[in-house]
Design a protein around this ligand. Sequence first.
Ligand code: E4P
Length: 218
Amino acid sequence: MKFFIDTANLDQIRQAQELGILDGVTTNPSLMAKEGITGDDAVQAHYIAICEIVDGDVSAEVISTDYEGMIKEGEALAALHANIVVKVPAIVDGIRAIRWFTDNGIRTNCTLIFSPGQALLAAKAGASYVSPFVGRLDDISSDGLQLIEKIRAIYDNYDFGTEILAASVRHSMHVIECAEIGADIMTGPLSAILGLMKHPLTDSGLQQFLADHAKAKG
Ligand code: E4P
């Protein structure tokens, strides 16, 4: 399973990178706004800064919602760095744009996926990744993990090359469950990754080892 971090915060990206387990970064317009990044030049410079930290794919989302606008924006984003993947919303013009990007050698991440049908169309258009939003489905009493299961089954039935990027992962159990189902990638906050390491028996066991070692040493 690949681990992506879902943030535009450079410190958190650096921290995850230093752990030695980071495979990529996902961003979205809300995450960019949270960091106070506005205006084309600042946005482009920020994507380049992220690409210089992590050795892996960095999803950069288009703001346009019409076909021509998405193509223009996506081409400019893809030209920033070889690791940029153009993030496109799962709408009709987005599927057309993904087909165009695929035919022109630009990799894409189809985002805001909430149904198996959307994931099926994105794969047919040649998306490199689909991002089903696990947490946002759970938020409305739906089953985010069941969506991952359904997409996994569909992609396996037809050998689609599109990778399932479980997004809107909120906590460590989401990560474990997505790994059990066979999502190719997870993206979430640093806390969901670090939470995987937490166990009280590890902490108490380590304290005991250190105490016994100190006692033996006198
Ligand atoms: C995915 O690429 C999205 O940016 C993200 O995972 C959304 O997460 P949220 O539902 O926690 O905002």
